[in-house]
Design a protein around this ligand. Structure first.
Ligand code: AP5
Length: 216
C-alpha cells in the first residue's frame, strides 16, 4: 500500500500517518521529520536545509527528491509506505512517478481556524518526534513524552509569523499537486476538521473500502 498524505500544515498528517503506519506495518516517511532530525544532528544536509525550515520556505527540489529517492530504496518500503509532506511541487510529483507507483493520495482539509489552533498548541518530543497538543492530545505528565520519556518542546516553525507564511506557501503550491493526482483518479478528499478519534477511524475505513486489509 503506497500512500501520500497531503494537506495544509497542522491539519494532522503526521498524527494520522502514525496511526495508519502502526495499523498496516508500513513506514511513515515525513520529509519534514527527516530534515528536522538532520538539523538536530548538525549534518551537512541539516546545515543546508535549516534556513528553509526556520522560515517556512520550501527546501529546493534537488535536495528533497534525492532524500526521498534514497529513503524509498530501503528494505522497509517493500510492503509500502506513507509519504507525508512529499510531493510539494509538480517536479517532486513527476520524479516520484519515476521512482515508484502510488495507490492513493489522501487530501486532508479543514477550516483555517481549526488548523491555526492545532499548530499553535502543537508540541513534539525532541527524542522520538511523537506529536502532542496542549489541549487536544496532552501528554500524561506535562512536558514529558508518554512514549520515550523525552522532553516535549514547541517546533521552531510553529510561531504565529512562520505559521502564517507556511499557510501562504501551501496555498500557492498545492493546487497543481491536487489537480495532478485528481487527473490520475487516485485522489480522495478527507474531512479532518473533527477530533483525531473521529478522523483516524474515517481514514482506516476508507482504506479498507479501497481493498487494503490491515495487519493488526
Ligand atoms: P512538515 O514537517 O511536512 O510540516 P507541514 O506540512 O507544515 O505539516 P506539519 O508537520 O506542520 O503538520 P501535520 O499536518 O503533520 O500536523 P500534525 O499531525 O503535527 O514540513 C516542515 C518544513 O520542511 C516545510 O516548511 C519545508 O521547509 C520543509 N519540507 C518538508 N517537506 C518538503 C518538501 N517535500 N519540499 C520542500 N520542502 C519541504 O498535527 C498538528 C497538531 O494538531 C498536533 O498538535 C496534533 O496533536 C493536533 N491534531 C492533529 N489532528 C488533530 C485532530 N483531528 N483534532 C485535534 N487535534 C489534532
Amino acid at each position: 500500500m503506497r500512500l501520500i498524505f497531503i494537506g495544509p500544515p497542522g491539519i494532522g498528517k503526521g498524527t494520522y500517518a502514525t496511526a495508519v503506519s502502526e495499523r498496516y506495518g508500513i513506514p511513515h516517511i515525513s520529509t519534514g521529520d527527516i530534515f528536522r532530525e538532520e538539523v538536530k544532528r548538525g549534518s551537512e544536509l541539516g546545515r543546508k536545509v535549516k534556513k528553509y525550515l526556520e522560515a517556512g520556505e520550501l527546501v529546493p527540489d534537488e535536495i528533497v527528491i534525492e532524500v526521498v529517492r534514497e529513503r524509498l530504496k530501503k528494505e522497509d518500503c517493500r510492503k509500502g509506505f506513507i509519504l507525508d509532506g512529499y510531493p510539494r511541487t509538480l517536479r517532486q510529483a513527476e520524479e516520484l512517478d519515476k521512482m515508484t507507483s502510488i495507490d492513493l493520495v489522501l487530501n486532508f482539509h479543514a477550516p483555517d481556524e481549526v488548523i491555526i489552533e492545532r499548530l499553535g498548541g502543537r508540541r513534539i518530543c525532541v527524542k522520538c518526534g511523537a506529536i502532542y497538543h496542549v489541549k487536544f492530545m496532552p501528554p500524561k505528565k506535562p512536558g514529558i513524552c508518554d512514549k520515550c520519556g523525552g522532553k516535549i518542546i514547541q517546533r521552531k516553525d510553529d510561531t504565529p509569523e512562520v505559521i502564517k507564511h507556511r499557510l501562504e506557501v501551501y496555498r500557492r503550491v498545492f493546487t497543481p499537486i491536487i489537480n495532478y493526482y485528481k487527473e490520475k483518479g487516485i485522489l480522495l478528499d478527507v474531512y479532518a476538521g473533527e477530533p483525531a478519534n473521529i478522523v483516524i477511524p474515517r481514514i482506516l475505513k476508507l482504506l479498507e473500502e479501497h481493498g487494503f486489509k490491515p495487519e493488526k
